[in-house]
Design a protein around this ligand. Structure first.
Ligand SMILES: *Cc1c(COP(=O)(O)O)cnc(C)c1O
Length: 466
Protein backbone atom coordinates (compact mmCIF):
# COMPACT_ATOMS: atom_id res chain seq x y z
CA UNK A 1 0.00 0.00 0.00
CA UNK A 2 1.33 3.42 -0.99
CA UNK A 3 0.49 6.66 0.77
CA UNK A 4 0.29 10.07 -0.89
CA UNK A 5 0.19 13.57 0.57
CA UNK A 6 -2.95 15.72 0.34
CA UNK A 7 -0.75 18.55 -0.97
CA UNK A 8 0.63 16.54 -3.83
CA UNK A 9 4.38 17.15 -3.69
CA UNK A 10 5.86 15.02 -0.83
CA UNK A 11 7.15 11.64 -1.95
CA UNK A 12 4.92 8.58 -1.53
CA UNK A 13 5.70 6.35 1.47
CA UNK A 14 4.80 2.85 2.65
CA UNK A 15 2.96 2.15 5.92
CA UNK A 16 6.12 2.06 8.03
CA UNK A 17 7.17 5.37 6.50
CA UNK A 18 3.88 7.19 7.18
CA UNK A 19 3.69 5.84 10.72
CA UNK A 20 7.06 7.37 11.58
CA UNK A 21 6.62 10.54 9.51
CA UNK A 22 3.38 12.04 10.81
CA UNK A 23 2.96 15.21 8.74
CA UNK A 24 4.15 15.08 5.11
CA UNK A 25 7.13 17.29 4.17
CA UNK A 26 4.90 19.50 1.97
CA UNK A 27 2.69 20.28 4.97
CA UNK A 28 -0.02 17.84 3.84
CA UNK A 29 -1.44 14.70 5.43
CA UNK A 30 -0.92 11.18 4.15
CA UNK A 31 -3.72 9.06 2.74
CA UNK A 32 -3.72 5.66 1.05
CA UNK A 33 -3.38 5.91 -2.70
CA UNK A 34 -6.63 3.94 -3.06
CA UNK A 35 -9.27 2.58 -0.70
CA UNK A 36 -9.25 -1.16 -0.11
CA UNK A 37 -12.75 -2.68 -0.26
CA UNK A 38 -14.27 -5.65 1.51
CA UNK A 39 -17.01 -7.70 -0.18
CA UNK A 40 -20.32 -8.35 1.58
CA UNK A 41 -19.23 -11.90 2.26
CA UNK A 42 -16.00 -10.69 3.86
CA UNK A 43 -17.88 -8.27 6.09
CA UNK A 44 -20.41 -10.96 7.05
CA UNK A 45 -17.51 -13.21 8.06
CA UNK A 46 -16.34 -10.59 10.59
CA UNK A 47 -19.29 -11.37 12.89
CA UNK A 48 -18.20 -12.86 16.20
CA UNK A 49 -14.45 -12.36 15.77
CA UNK A 50 -12.52 -11.35 18.90
CA UNK A 51 -11.62 -7.64 18.67
CA UNK A 52 -7.87 -8.17 18.10
CA UNK A 53 -8.54 -10.58 15.22
CA UNK A 54 -11.04 -8.23 13.63
CA UNK A 55 -8.55 -5.38 14.02
CA UNK A 56 -5.81 -7.33 12.24
CA UNK A 57 -8.23 -8.17 9.39
CA UNK A 58 -9.47 -4.62 8.89
CA UNK A 59 -5.99 -3.07 9.08
CA UNK A 60 -4.09 -5.66 6.99
CA UNK A 61 -4.68 -3.95 3.61
CA UNK A 62 -3.32 -0.66 5.00
CA UNK A 63 -0.27 -2.23 6.66
CA UNK A 64 0.75 -4.00 3.44
CA UNK A 65 4.23 -5.50 3.60
CA UNK A 66 5.34 -3.45 6.61
CA UNK A 67 4.34 -6.28 8.99
CA UNK A 68 3.51 -9.95 8.50
CA UNK A 69 -0.05 -11.08 9.35
CA UNK A 70 1.32 -12.78 12.48
CA UNK A 71 3.24 -9.69 13.61
CA UNK A 72 0.17 -7.51 13.12
CA UNK A 73 -2.09 -9.90 15.02
CA UNK A 74 0.45 -10.14 17.83
CA UNK A 75 0.61 -6.33 18.19
CA UNK A 76 -3.20 -6.11 18.18
CA UNK A 77 -3.42 -8.74 20.92
CA UNK A 78 -0.90 -6.82 23.05
CA UNK A 79 -2.58 -3.45 22.48
CA UNK A 80 -6.16 -4.60 23.13
CA UNK A 81 -5.19 -6.95 25.95
CA UNK A 82 -4.75 -3.85 28.11
CA UNK A 83 -8.43 -2.89 27.89
CA UNK A 84 -10.67 -3.40 30.91
CA UNK A 85 -13.55 -4.91 28.87
CA UNK A 86 -13.34 -8.20 26.95
CA UNK A 87 -15.27 -6.75 24.02
CA UNK A 88 -12.74 -3.82 23.99
CA UNK A 89 -15.41 -1.46 22.52
CA UNK A 90 -18.79 -2.73 23.83
CA UNK A 91 -22.16 -1.52 22.51
CA UNK A 92 -24.80 -0.40 25.01
CA UNK A 93 -28.45 0.06 24.08
CA UNK A 94 -30.25 3.26 25.14
CA UNK A 95 -33.64 2.71 23.51
CA UNK A 96 -35.07 0.88 20.46
CA UNK A 97 -32.97 2.95 18.14
CA UNK A 98 -30.17 4.70 20.03
CA UNK A 99 -26.94 2.95 20.97
CA UNK A 100 -23.68 3.94 22.65
CA UNK A 101 -20.35 2.56 21.51
CA UNK A 102 -18.13 2.68 24.60
CA UNK A 103 -14.61 3.54 23.53
CA UNK A 104 -13.21 4.42 26.96
CA UNK A 105 -12.16 1.09 28.46
CA UNK A 106 -8.45 1.67 27.80
CA UNK A 107 -5.82 2.74 30.33
CA UNK A 108 -6.49 6.52 30.17
CA UNK A 109 -10.31 6.45 29.82
CA UNK A 110 -10.82 8.00 26.37
CA UNK A 111 -11.12 6.60 22.85
CA UNK A 112 -7.60 7.82 22.05
CA UNK A 113 -6.26 4.68 23.75
CA UNK A 114 -7.75 2.47 21.03
CA UNK A 115 -5.35 3.88 18.47
CA UNK A 116 -2.45 4.99 20.64
CA UNK A 117 -1.88 1.69 22.44
CA UNK A 118 -1.28 0.20 19.01
CA UNK A 119 0.73 3.17 17.76
CA UNK A 120 3.19 2.89 20.70
CA UNK A 121 3.86 -0.72 19.73
CA UNK A 122 4.22 0.15 16.04
CA UNK A 123 6.79 2.84 16.90
CA UNK A 124 8.81 0.43 19.00
CA UNK A 125 8.71 -2.30 16.32
CA UNK A 126 9.74 -0.03 13.44
CA UNK A 127 12.39 1.92 15.40
CA UNK A 128 14.17 -1.17 16.65
CA UNK A 129 14.27 -2.46 13.07
CA UNK A 130 15.79 0.80 11.86
CA UNK A 131 17.99 1.31 14.95
CA UNK A 132 16.86 4.91 15.13
CA UNK A 133 15.23 7.36 17.54
CA UNK A 134 11.97 9.24 17.31
CA UNK A 135 11.11 12.59 18.88
CA UNK A 136 7.36 12.81 19.29
CA UNK A 137 6.04 16.34 19.47
CA UNK A 138 2.34 16.64 20.07
CA UNK A 139 -0.37 19.07 21.05
CA UNK A 140 -3.27 17.94 23.15
CA UNK A 141 -6.61 19.32 24.19
CA UNK A 142 -6.37 16.74 26.98
CA UNK A 143 -6.98 13.16 25.94
CA UNK A 144 -4.39 12.55 23.24
CA UNK A 145 -1.64 13.60 25.62
CA UNK A 146 -2.41 11.13 28.36
CA UNK A 147 -3.10 8.29 25.94
CA UNK A 148 0.13 8.93 24.02
CA UNK A 149 2.22 9.24 27.16
CA UNK A 150 0.79 6.00 28.54
CA UNK A 151 1.53 4.28 25.22
CA UNK A 152 5.20 5.32 24.98
CA UNK A 153 6.42 5.94 28.57
CA UNK A 154 9.65 4.03 29.11
CA UNK A 155 9.78 2.65 25.54
CA UNK A 156 13.16 2.43 23.79
CA UNK A 157 14.03 4.92 21.07
CA UNK A 158 11.19 7.38 21.74
CA UNK A 159 11.09 10.76 23.51
CA UNK A 160 7.76 12.50 23.88
CA UNK A 161 7.16 16.26 24.25
CA UNK A 162 3.50 16.98 24.89
CA UNK A 163 2.11 20.52 24.73
CA UNK A 164 -1.20 21.36 26.40
CA UNK A 165 -2.96 24.72 26.77
CA UNK A 166 -2.28 25.81 30.34
CA UNK A 167 -5.38 25.74 32.54
CA UNK A 168 -7.65 24.47 29.75
CA UNK A 169 -7.58 20.73 30.41
CA UNK A 170 -9.41 19.01 33.26
CA UNK A 171 -7.56 18.07 36.48
CA UNK A 172 -7.87 14.38 35.67
CA UNK A 173 -6.57 14.94 32.15
CA UNK A 174 -3.60 16.99 33.37
CA UNK A 175 -2.69 14.57 36.13
CA UNK A 176 -2.88 11.60 33.76
CA UNK A 177 -0.08 13.29 31.81
CA UNK A 178 2.00 14.95 34.49
CA UNK A 179 2.15 12.12 37.02
CA UNK A 180 3.76 9.66 34.61
CA UNK A 181 7.40 9.72 35.71
CA UNK A 182 9.63 8.36 32.94
CA UNK A 183 12.81 9.99 31.62
CA UNK A 184 11.45 10.04 28.04
CA UNK A 185 8.28 11.99 28.97
CA UNK A 186 8.18 15.83 28.90
CA UNK A 187 5.01 17.80 29.67
CA UNK A 188 4.81 21.42 28.51
CA UNK A 189 1.97 23.75 29.51
CA UNK A 190 1.82 26.69 27.09
CA UNK A 191 -0.02 29.97 27.42
CA UNK A 192 -2.76 29.95 24.76
CA UNK A 193 -5.34 27.63 23.21
CA UNK A 194 -5.09 24.14 21.75
CA UNK A 195 -5.00 25.67 18.27
CA UNK A 196 -1.93 27.72 19.29
CA UNK A 197 -0.22 24.57 20.55
CA UNK A 198 -1.13 22.65 17.39
CA UNK A 199 0.20 25.46 15.20
CA UNK A 200 3.56 25.26 17.01
CA UNK A 201 3.75 21.54 16.46
CA UNK A 202 3.01 21.95 12.76
CA UNK A 203 5.70 24.61 12.56
CA UNK A 204 8.26 22.30 14.10
CA UNK A 205 7.54 19.64 11.46
CA UNK A 206 8.46 22.22 8.81
CA UNK A 207 11.51 23.63 10.67
CA UNK A 208 14.74 22.51 8.93
CA UNK A 209 16.83 23.28 12.00
CA UNK A 210 14.81 20.60 13.84
CA UNK A 211 14.05 18.07 11.11
CA UNK A 212 17.71 17.91 10.05
CA UNK A 213 18.74 16.70 13.54
CA UNK A 214 15.72 14.84 14.84
CA UNK A 215 13.21 12.37 13.49
CA UNK A 216 10.09 14.26 14.48
CA UNK A 217 7.06 12.03 14.80
CA UNK A 218 3.37 12.65 15.43
CA UNK A 219 0.84 11.11 17.76
CA UNK A 220 -1.93 13.52 16.81
CA UNK A 221 -4.54 12.26 14.42
CA UNK A 222 -2.50 13.71 11.57
CA UNK A 223 -0.75 10.32 11.95
CA UNK A 224 -2.46 7.93 9.55
CA UNK A 225 -1.94 4.86 11.77
CA UNK A 226 -4.24 6.39 14.35
CA UNK A 227 -7.12 6.83 11.96
CA UNK A 228 -6.56 3.34 10.63
CA UNK A 229 -6.91 1.82 14.10
CA UNK A 230 -10.15 3.76 14.64
CA UNK A 231 -11.74 2.29 11.50
CA UNK A 232 -11.92 -1.04 13.31
CA UNK A 233 -14.64 -0.16 15.83
CA UNK A 234 -16.97 1.07 13.11
CA UNK A 235 -16.78 -2.43 11.63
CA UNK A 236 -17.05 -4.11 15.05
CA UNK A 237 -20.23 -2.25 16.00
CA UNK A 238 -21.93 -2.22 12.60
CA UNK A 239 -21.46 -5.96 12.19
CA UNK A 240 -23.01 -6.52 15.62
CA UNK A 241 -26.02 -4.47 14.53
CA UNK A 242 -26.53 -6.43 11.33
CA UNK A 243 -24.08 -5.15 8.70
CA UNK A 244 -23.57 -5.92 5.85
CA UNK A 245 -27.31 -6.75 5.62
CA UNK A 246 -28.44 -3.63 7.46
CA UNK A 247 -27.36 0.00 7.36
CA UNK A 248 -26.09 1.81 10.46
CA UNK A 249 -25.64 5.53 11.27
CA UNK A 250 -23.07 7.03 13.63
CA UNK A 251 -22.95 10.26 15.60
CA UNK A 252 -19.42 11.34 16.42
CA UNK A 253 -18.34 14.00 18.95
CA UNK A 254 -15.84 15.82 16.79
CA UNK A 255 -12.84 18.08 17.26
CA UNK A 256 -9.94 17.42 14.93
CA UNK A 257 -12.14 15.38 12.53
CA UNK A 258 -10.05 12.24 13.08
CA UNK A 259 -12.59 9.90 14.61
CA UNK A 260 -15.35 10.73 12.16
CA UNK A 261 -12.93 10.53 9.23
CA UNK A 262 -12.23 6.94 10.30
CA UNK A 263 -15.97 6.36 9.78
CA UNK A 264 -15.66 7.79 6.28
CA UNK A 265 -12.83 5.34 5.61
CA UNK A 266 -14.97 2.44 6.88
CA UNK A 267 -17.70 3.53 4.44
CA UNK A 268 -15.17 3.66 1.58
CA UNK A 269 -14.15 0.11 2.50
CA UNK A 270 -17.68 -1.15 1.94
CA UNK A 271 -19.33 -0.82 5.36
CA UNK A 272 -23.01 0.20 4.84
CA UNK A 273 -23.00 3.48 6.79
CA UNK A 274 -26.14 5.51 6.06
CA UNK A 275 -24.98 8.74 7.69
CA UNK A 276 -22.13 10.16 9.75
CA UNK A 277 -23.31 12.91 12.06
CA UNK A 278 -20.56 15.38 12.93
CA UNK A 279 -21.38 16.67 16.40
CA UNK A 280 -19.68 19.86 17.58
CA UNK A 281 -19.96 22.12 20.59
CA UNK A 282 -20.12 25.93 20.19
CA UNK A 283 -16.73 25.77 18.49
CA UNK A 284 -18.65 24.90 15.37
CA UNK A 285 -16.41 25.52 12.35
CA UNK A 286 -17.17 22.02 11.05
CA UNK A 287 -20.91 22.47 11.42
CA UNK A 288 -20.69 25.73 9.45
CA UNK A 289 -18.43 24.15 6.83
CA UNK A 290 -20.70 21.16 6.28
CA UNK A 291 -23.98 23.05 6.40
CA UNK A 292 -22.94 26.27 4.60
CA UNK A 293 -19.57 25.64 2.97
CA UNK A 294 -18.02 28.29 5.25
CA UNK A 295 -14.75 27.04 6.77
CA UNK A 296 -13.64 30.05 8.79
CA UNK A 297 -11.99 29.85 12.17
CA UNK A 298 -13.23 32.02 15.02
CA UNK A 299 -11.85 32.36 18.54
CA UNK A 300 -11.85 29.17 20.59
CA UNK A 301 -14.45 29.23 23.38
CA UNK A 302 -13.54 27.00 26.34
CA UNK A 303 -16.38 24.54 27.15
CA UNK A 304 -17.16 21.55 29.37
CA UNK A 305 -16.07 19.33 26.46
CA UNK A 306 -12.46 20.57 26.12
CA UNK A 307 -11.34 17.87 23.69
CA UNK A 308 -13.65 19.46 21.14
CA UNK A 309 -12.56 23.07 21.76
CA UNK A 310 -10.95 23.32 18.36
CA UNK A 311 -11.47 25.68 15.46
CA UNK A 312 -8.98 24.27 12.98
CA UNK A 313 -9.66 20.58 12.32
CA UNK A 314 -6.53 19.11 10.76
CA UNK A 315 -8.15 16.00 9.31
CA UNK A 316 -10.80 17.95 7.43
CA UNK A 317 -8.09 18.43 4.82
CA UNK A 318 -8.18 14.69 4.18
CA UNK A 319 -11.88 14.84 3.38
CA UNK A 320 -11.46 17.90 1.16
CA UNK A 321 -8.74 16.06 -0.75
CA UNK A 322 -10.74 12.87 -1.22
CA UNK A 323 -14.06 14.59 -2.05
CA UNK A 324 -12.45 17.25 -4.21
CA UNK A 325 -10.99 14.86 -6.79
CA UNK A 326 -7.63 14.24 -5.06
CA UNK A 327 -6.01 17.27 -6.66
CA UNK A 328 -3.02 17.94 -4.38
CA UNK A 329 -1.86 21.10 -6.17
CA UNK A 330 -5.28 22.75 -5.99
CA UNK A 331 -5.69 21.78 -2.34
CA UNK A 332 -2.24 23.09 -1.42
CA UNK A 333 -3.32 26.43 -2.92
CA UNK A 334 -6.64 26.37 -1.05
CA UNK A 335 -4.92 25.51 2.27
CA UNK A 336 -2.31 28.25 1.80
CA UNK A 337 -5.21 30.68 1.43
CA UNK A 338 -6.79 29.32 4.59
CA UNK A 339 -3.56 29.56 6.55
CA UNK A 340 -3.16 33.20 5.53
CA UNK A 341 -6.74 34.39 6.15
CA UNK A 342 -8.12 31.70 8.54
CA UNK A 343 -11.11 31.37 6.22
CA UNK A 344 -12.07 29.59 3.01
CA UNK A 345 -15.09 28.45 0.99
CA UNK A 346 -15.50 24.80 0.11
CA UNK A 347 -15.67 24.10 -3.63
CA UNK A 348 -18.92 22.69 -5.03
CA UNK A 349 -17.29 19.30 -5.52
CA UNK A 350 -16.11 19.27 -1.92
CA UNK A 351 -19.56 20.27 -0.61
CA UNK A 352 -21.42 17.77 -2.72
CA UNK A 353 -18.97 14.98 -1.98
CA UNK A 354 -19.22 15.60 1.76
CA UNK A 355 -22.99 16.03 1.92
CA UNK A 356 -23.69 12.53 0.60
CA UNK A 357 -22.46 10.92 3.79
CA UNK A 358 -22.08 13.67 6.38
CA UNK A 359 -24.53 15.77 8.27
CA UNK A 360 -23.78 17.92 11.29
CA UNK A 361 -25.23 19.41 14.45
CA UNK A 362 -24.02 21.70 17.20
CA UNK A 363 -24.82 21.62 20.90
CA UNK A 364 -24.43 24.46 23.37
CA UNK A 365 -23.89 24.01 27.10
CA UNK A 366 -27.60 23.63 27.79
CA UNK A 367 -28.25 21.07 25.06
CA UNK A 368 -25.22 19.09 26.23
CA UNK A 369 -26.57 18.97 29.79
CA UNK A 370 -30.03 17.96 28.53
CA UNK A 371 -28.62 15.03 26.57
CA UNK A 372 -26.59 13.97 29.59
CA UNK A 373 -29.81 13.91 31.64
CA UNK A 374 -31.70 12.11 28.85
CA UNK A 375 -29.21 9.22 28.91
CA UNK A 376 -29.46 9.02 32.69
CA UNK A 377 -33.28 9.22 32.85
CA UNK A 378 -34.04 6.95 29.87
CA UNK A 379 -31.37 4.33 30.17
CA UNK A 380 -29.62 4.81 33.52
CA UNK A 381 -26.40 5.60 31.66
CA UNK A 382 -23.94 8.17 33.00
CA UNK A 383 -22.18 9.69 30.00
CA UNK A 384 -19.48 12.34 29.65
CA UNK A 385 -19.98 15.83 28.13
CA UNK A 386 -18.37 14.91 24.78
CA UNK A 387 -20.58 11.87 24.43
CA UNK A 388 -23.58 14.02 25.40
CA UNK A 389 -22.87 16.36 22.49
CA UNK A 390 -22.81 13.32 20.22
CA UNK A 391 -26.06 12.05 21.70
CA UNK A 392 -27.74 15.44 21.29
CA UNK A 393 -26.83 15.32 17.59
CA UNK A 394 -27.99 11.70 17.31
CA UNK A 395 -31.40 12.55 18.79
CA UNK A 396 -31.80 15.58 16.48
CA UNK A 397 -30.41 14.08 13.27
CA UNK A 398 -32.65 13.72 10.26
CA UNK A 399 -31.91 10.06 9.53
CA UNK A 400 -34.39 7.29 8.55
CA UNK A 401 -35.72 6.08 11.95
CA UNK A 402 -35.49 2.41 10.95
CA UNK A 403 -31.69 2.71 10.91
CA UNK A 404 -29.90 2.13 14.23
CA UNK A 405 -27.99 5.20 15.44
CA UNK A 406 -24.73 4.68 17.30
CA UNK A 407 -23.21 7.52 19.33
CA UNK A 408 -19.51 7.14 19.96
CA UNK A 409 -18.92 7.39 23.73
CA UNK A 410 -15.51 8.98 23.52
CA UNK A 411 -14.61 9.41 27.20
CA UNK A 412 -15.38 7.90 30.59
CA UNK A 413 -17.66 10.24 32.59
CA UNK A 414 -15.24 10.31 35.53
CA UNK A 415 -12.74 12.18 33.36
CA UNK A 416 -15.13 15.15 33.42
CA UNK A 417 -16.86 14.61 36.74
CA UNK A 418 -17.53 18.29 37.52
CA UNK A 419 -19.59 18.80 34.36
CA UNK A 420 -21.39 15.49 34.85
CA UNK A 421 -22.26 16.38 38.44
CA UNK A 422 -23.62 19.77 37.36
CA UNK A 423 -25.96 18.04 34.89
CA UNK A 424 -27.27 15.05 36.85
CA UNK A 425 -26.32 15.81 40.45
CA UNK A 426 -24.17 12.73 40.76
CA UNK A 427 -20.39 12.44 40.71
CA UNK A 428 -19.06 9.47 38.71
CA UNK A 429 -16.12 7.77 40.40
CA UNK A 430 -12.82 6.96 38.74
CA UNK A 431 -12.38 3.28 37.89
CA UNK A 432 -9.84 1.49 40.07
CA UNK A 433 -7.42 0.99 37.18
CA UNK A 434 -6.55 4.69 37.41
CA UNK A 435 -5.11 4.17 40.89
CA UNK A 436 -4.02 7.00 43.18
CA UNK A 437 -3.99 9.72 40.51
CA UNK A 438 -4.59 12.55 42.96
CA UNK A 439 -1.88 11.46 45.39
CA UNK A 440 0.94 11.36 42.85
CA UNK A 441 3.42 14.17 42.25
CA UNK A 442 3.18 16.18 39.02
CA UNK A 443 6.03 17.20 36.70
CA UNK A 444 5.59 19.85 34.00
CA UNK A 445 7.15 23.04 32.69
CA UNK A 446 5.26 26.23 31.86
CA UNK A 447 6.39 27.96 28.66
CA UNK A 448 5.10 31.13 26.99
CA UNK A 449 3.11 30.65 23.78
CA UNK A 450 6.15 31.37 21.60
CA UNK A 451 7.49 28.91 19.09
CA UNK A 452 11.17 29.67 19.85
CA UNK A 453 10.78 28.80 23.54
CA UNK A 454 9.25 25.43 22.71
CA UNK A 455 11.78 24.70 19.97
CA UNK A 456 14.73 25.40 22.30
CA UNK A 457 13.26 23.30 25.08
CA UNK A 458 12.83 20.33 22.72
CA UNK A 459 16.19 20.63 20.97
CA UNK A 460 18.08 20.72 24.28
CA UNK A 461 16.50 17.48 25.47
CA UNK A 462 15.65 15.31 22.45
CA UNK A 463 17.84 12.45 21.17
CA UNK A 464 19.21 12.96 17.62
CA UNK A 465 17.81 10.67 14.90
CA UNK A 466 20.52 7.99 14.90
C1 LIG B 1 -10.23 13.71 20.99
C2 LIG B 1 -11.61 13.67 21.50
C3 LIG B 1 -12.70 14.02 20.69
C4 LIG B 1 -12.52 14.54 19.29
O1 LIG B 1 -12.02 13.57 18.41
P1 LIG B 1 -11.39 14.00 17.00
O2 LIG B 1 -10.82 12.77 16.43
O3 LIG B 1 -10.32 15.02 17.33
O4 LIG B 1 -12.48 14.60 16.19
C5 LIG B 1 -13.97 13.86 21.21
N1 LIG B 1 -14.16 13.42 22.47
C6 LIG B 1 -13.14 13.10 23.28
C7 LIG B 1 -13.42 12.65 24.66
C8 LIG B 1 -11.83 13.20 22.82
O5 LIG B 1 -10.82 12.86 23.62
Amino acid sequence: MEYVSTRGSASALDFEGVTLAGLASDGGLYLPNEWPRFSEAEIAAMAGLPYAELAAKVMAPFVGDSLTQDELLDLCRQAYGRFAHDAVTPLVQLDERQWLLELFHGPTLAFKDVALQLLGLLFETFLSRRKSNLTIVGATSGDTGSAAIDAVAGREGVDIFMLHPSGRVSDVQRRQMTTVRAPNVHNIAITGSFDDAQAMVKRMFADESMTSRFNIGAVNSINWARLMAQVVYYFASAVQLGAPHRQVAFSVPTGNFGDVFAGYVAHKMGLPIAKLVVATNVNDILHRALSQGDYSAGEVTPTAAPSMDIQVSSNFERLLFDCGGRDGKALAEQMRGFEASKAMRLTNAQREGASQLFTSARADQNEMAQALRWAFDHAGQVIDPHTAIGLHAALEADVDPSIPMVTLATAHPAKFSDAVERAIGMRPSLPSRIGDLFAREEALVELPGEYEAVRDFVSERATPAA
